[in-house]
Design a binder for this molecule. Structure first.
Ligand SMILES: Cc1ncc(C[n+]2csc(CCOP(=O)(O)OP(=O)(O)O)c2C)c(N)n1
Ligand code: SF4
Length: 262
């Protein structure tokens, strides 16, 4: 069987993409449109809502309905769309700064509400578009343009927050594992209720440069080493978990979603 390319969801002359060489955003966009195709989503029944940031520019390429919103507020706009038109497939694309730092409050409450949205948060561990500032997900002691002596704060785990708040589906993938990522996005879209797919992704231009991973390859290797399948991760002793994160489907449940309750 021929594999889906997702090309029919992309505007003509989309290539080359605007992102820096080695950026993970193109891989995630590829996984997203392949997932759309394999699920048979109709363009006119699909709305992609984006926030501001490098990843937030993704809707520029898409032939689905799209709404480019303000920084940190994409989930609020998407909530309005889904509450009013429950039949639409609403997919929300946000960076870590956008989605879980400035937008942390909306994120928490979208998960609590368990509204039937799919959030794809590309976590590149910094504010890429504005020059590599520290974000809520920057790992402790790592370097950014605003933490030149190392980040003194602990990082936020978006998956743990979504799971604790009541999301029906939570998964983490990486831009290194594009195929698995596509499958997670498909599961997330199919699942009723709030779904989060967090994607660990390279930003060699800012984050990699300050953390001894100046090339895209170095960043991808780092992701490959950090990402441990959930079952293996659970077998690790605490010290072995240091510097790693679990990937795969972390939560899947069927609590009533927002639209089922109203
Ligand atoms: C209210 C508001 N604050 C700040 C900005 C400036 N701003 C635009 S993009 C951005 C950072 C985006 O970072 P992230 O969401 O992690 O996405 P990335 O660029 O890394 O994909 C910031 C701070 C803005 N547009 N609006
Ligand atoms: S600054 Fe980082 S996130 Fe933005 S396009 Fe470049 S590599 Fe990608």
């Amino acid at each position: 069987m021929a594999h889906a390319t997702g090309i029919k969801y992309l505007k003509e002359k989309s290539l080359p993409l605007m992102w820096c060489p080695g950026c993970g955003n193109g891989i995630v966009l590829g996984a997203l449109v392949r997932a759309f195709e394999e699920l048979g989503l109709k363009k006119h029944e699909t709305v992609v809502v984006t926030g501001i940031g490098c990843w937030g520019k993704a809707d520029d390429y898409l032939l689905t309905n799209a709404l480019h919103t303000t920084h940190g507020r994409a989930l609020a706009f998407a909530t309005g769309i889904k509450a009013y038109q429950p039949g639409l497939n609403v997919v929300v694309l946000m960076g870590d700064g956008d989605g879980v730092t400035i937008g942390g409050n909306h994120f928490l409450h979208a998960a609590r509400r368990n509204i039937d949205l799919t959030a794809v948060v590309v976590n590149n561990y910094n504010y890429g578009m504005t020059g590599g500032q520290v974000s809520g997900t920057t790992p402790a002691e790592h370097y950014t343009t605003t933490t030149v002596y190392g980040n003194p704060e602990r990082e936020l785990d978006p998956c743990a927050v979504a799971a604790a708040a009541g999301a029906n589906y939570v998964a983490r993938g990486t831009a290194y594992h594009g195929w698995e990522l596509k499958e997670m996005i498909k599961e997330a879209i199919t699942k009723k209720g709030f779904s989060l797919v967090e994607v660990a992704s390279p930003c060699p231009t800012h984050y990699g440069r300050y953390n001894e991973m100046k090339t895209a390859l170095a960043m991808l290797r780092w992701l490959k080493e950090k990402a441990v399948p959930l079952k293996t991760y659970e077998q690790l002793e605490e010290p072995e978990k240091e510097g790693c994160f679990p990937v795969g489907r972390l939560v899947s449940r069927d609590a009533p979603d927002f639209n089922a309750r109203y």
